[in-house]
Design a protein around this ligand. Structure first.
Ligand SMILES: Cc1cc2nc3c(=O)[nH]c(=O)nc-3n(C[C@H](O)[C@H](O)[C@H](O)COP(=O)(O)O)c2cc1C
Length: 272
């Protein structure tokens, strides 16, 4: 009987699902049976979505509040490989994926299993990888590969604009080109890890050039999320969320370049 790869995924637009489908090489498909298991939240996160619904998930994403998913009734065999596909929402694992991480059955799926992590996103993924990684290690999973497809070439403002446009219209997905550009390399990595059994070294997040920048974003976002959720009154919450939306647009234009400059300056000063 073939060994199995169990792919757990949530995909709002379908792009993360397409991405994982496209990066599994033929050699792996021949060797393993591949089963897809959908993470299904009870709340439907629409795609394309409106400006309001895009930002409405901000506080829960950042504060890592869970929302119920449909129960997954799967007990993997001991030699099954677990492939987890997740996406960052506001620099944290998305609400459906985070709720899966925190579910009572997550431990049963992960414990003592080899795990491959896969994410395909804009360009801020360090904090969410750190959170996902911590959850897996706490549940005694063994991470053998961490694969991130990111839009590293784009500047913050330009990439934010392209993604937001795609999210609001559903047209011109930025992911196709990204996957094409990374496909060969990822196929080779998966072949090495899954066929030749060579585990990869974990990414050193703390030395990543964007680590300090993302940490700053996390601190700002957490303050905003707490400020928004402090009010019980719906109107007050809406006004605060509106303030946050104004802040984030201004921050992307003015604050992000300044923070980046200061962090590069600080790094150079220490390295001298
Ligand atoms: C509400 C929301 C917030 C997002 N925040 C981030 C983010 O912080 N960093 C990032 O790189 N991508 C971010 N993205 C892009 C998603 O990670 C990207 O859309 C996703 O990987 C595609 O997955 P899907 O198949 O679920 O649509 C965000 C998307 C949404 C909808």
């Amino acid at each position: 009987m073939k060994k199995k790869i169990l792919i757990f995924y949530y995909s709002q637009s379908g792009e993360l699902y397409n991405a994982v489908n496209r990066i599994i090489p033929e050699s792996v498909r021949k060797e393993y049976q591949i089963d897809y298991i959908k993470i299904e939240p009870f709340v439907h996160y629409k795609f394309p979505c409106s400006w309001q619904s895009f930002f409405s998930v901000f506080p829960d994403s950042v504060l890592q509040n869970t929302r119920p998913n449909k129960k997954i009734n799967i007990t993997p065999n001991s030699d099954d490989i677990i492939l987890l596909c997740y996406q960052p929402w506001f620099v944290h694992p998305s609400i459906p994926f985070n709720s899966f991480l925190k579910s009572e059955y997550f431990s049963e799926i992960i414990t003592n299993h080899k795990v491959v992590l896969f994410s395909c996103c804009r360009n801020t993924w360090i904090n969410s990888l750190n959170i996902v990684r911590t959850n897996i290690l706490e549940n005694k999973g063994v991470i053998i590969s961490e694969i991130i497809i990111e839009d590293s070439a784009a500047t913050d403002l330009k990439s934010a604009y392209n993604y937001i446009k795609w999210f609001f219209t559903g047209k011109k997905s930025p992911f196709n080109d990204l996957i094409d550009a990374n496909k060969k390399n990822i196929e080779n990595r998966l072949h090495k890890v899954l066929i030749e059994n060579c585990a990869e070294k974990q990414i050193n997040l703390k030395t990543h050039p964007r680590f300090a920048y993302e940490q700053k974003i996390v601190r700002y976002f957490t303050k905003w999320a707490k400020f928004i959720t402090k009010s019980n009154n719906t109107t007050a919450k809406k006004i605060k969320l509106l303030l946050f939306q104004t802040w984030i647009v201004l921050a992307l234009i003015f604050l992000a370049p300044i923070i980046k400059f200061l962090l590069i300056f600080k790094k150079n000063k220490y390295e001298k």
